[in-house]
Design a protein around this ligand. Structure first.
Ligand code: ZN
Length: 309
């Protein structure tokens, strides 16, 4: 018998992690329509965008506008944005964003080469972001990229992951995302790490973020659920990565996760057909298909209805 949670929380990250990799830049109005449809579909946590420099990530340049428009509507859902630094906190404060996420790479060599700092030193530097955020009533979460493996460092020792978690706790961040951006995680490893961090850090709230680069993301979600995890990111249509590079794959598709949960008796609070409609709309706007099983095959419950079973 599997030991699945009765309920999970799914965050839609397509507007950020998905769209930032697309050549087509969606209009602010289209993004707002998507956001409203997501809220209507039952999503309670949505990653709206990021406060990176607009020249660096032009797809996210209107994140401030999205927050301003939605703040006026007061939709009662958690809307978060990725920030790189203190400037991101200021932009969040100015547009009414109440939840931000910082990120560090678990890949030590990568961090040293890029920033000349260890991952722990990078996280310690986030202290100023946390104190500025708290002045504005903004909650800060943190994510750790590539904890399950990196193209530069290979498998990362658990002690190094723990050191980054300790650094997050030291600056007052207790909501942490383990983000398999390289798509190198496998289920037994995910299960072991989830059990380990839950036991060692009971004060933390965990998110899991899987890319489906090697087709293992769904199995990793199941393994994490088995280990007691209940918060997962997904991206509409499976968007993310680069659709024009052969072999590349994006995030696990949100509607595939919602469907699997629904058919397994795990409550998500999300209407799968409405989630599929959003993903279809995004495909239309971008003008290409994406890695979504459900958009190709449909819900199995609909199939059973068709054949009268
Ligand atoms: Zn990602």
């Amino acid at each position: 018998m599997m030991n699945l949670p009765s309920q999970v929380n799914i965050c839609e990250v397509g507007l950020r992690d998905g769209l930032q990799n697309e050549k087509t830049i969606l209009s602010t109005q289209d993004k707002l329509d998507i956001l409203r449809s997501l809220i209507d579909a039952g999503f309670r946590v949505i990653e709206v965008g990021s406060f990176m420099h607009p020249k660096k990530v032009p797809q996210m340049a209107d994140t401030d506008e999205l927050f301003k428009a939605l703040a006026a509507e007061n939709p009662g859902v958690e809307l978060r944005a990725l920030i790189p630094n203190l400037r991101g906190v200021q932009r969040a404060a100015d547009c009414g964003c109440k939840k931000v996420k910082l990120n560090v790479s678990a890949s030590r060599e990568h961090n040293l080469k890029n920033l000349n700092m260890t991952p722990e030193q990078s996280v310690a530097g986030f202290a100023e972001c946390v104190s500025a955020a708290s002045e504005h009533g903004i909650t800060v979460s943190g994510s750790i990229s590539m904890p399950f493996g990196s193209p530069w460092d290979g498998r990362i020792p658990q002690s190094e992951i723990d050191a980054i978690i300790d650094a997050y706790l030291n600056v007052g961040i207790t909501e942490i995302s383990l983000s398999d951006t390289s798509g190198m995680g496998v289920p037994n490893q995910v299960y072991d790490m989830c059990c380990h961090v839950r036991e060692k850090y009971p004060q933390c709230s965990w998110w899991l973020h899987f890319h489906n680069t090697r087709g293992v993301a769904m199995a990793n979600i199941m393994a994490a659920m088995e280990a007691g995890m209940t918060q997962f990111d997904g991206s509409f249509g499976g968007l993310g990565g680069c659709p024009f590079v052969p072999g590349a794959a994006g995030n696990i598709s949100t509607e595939d996760v919602v469907h699997m949960c629904m058919e397994s008796g795990v409550e998500t609070g999300i209407d799968v057909r409405k989630a599929m409609a959003v993903a279809r709309r995004v495909q239309q706007l971008l003008g290409h298909t994406t890695d979504s099983y459900l958009l190709r095959a449909g819900c199995s419950s609909d199939l059973l209805e068709t054949i009268g079973k």
